[in-house]
Design a protein around this ligand. Structure first.
Ligand SMILES: [Zn+2]
Length: 68
């Protein structure tokens, strides 16, 4: 029974996450700025470095982080 309970908890957690994602996506104001295609990646040390995909900073080699 323990395994079944754990499984149920995992399913509930995942579906809860999906629901919150959908709610965010359905908000038109947020979608304009946080759409999947508009995610930018920037260097924590060099805000002027902005890329459209994950990678490393061309100036210092640090891993780029998602820009909010
Ligand atoms: Zn940098």
């Amino acid at each position: 029974m323990k395994k079944i309970t754990l499984f149920a908890v995992i399913i509930l957690s995942v579906s809860a996450c999906k629901q919150s994602d959908q709610q965010t996506a359905e908000n038109p104001k947020d979608t304009i700025y946080t759409g999947k295609n508009s995610i930018k990646y920037t260097c924590p040390m060099h805000p002027e470095v902005v890329e459209n995909k994950p990678g490393v900073c061309r100036k210092c080699g640090m891993e780029l982080v998602e820009k909010e």
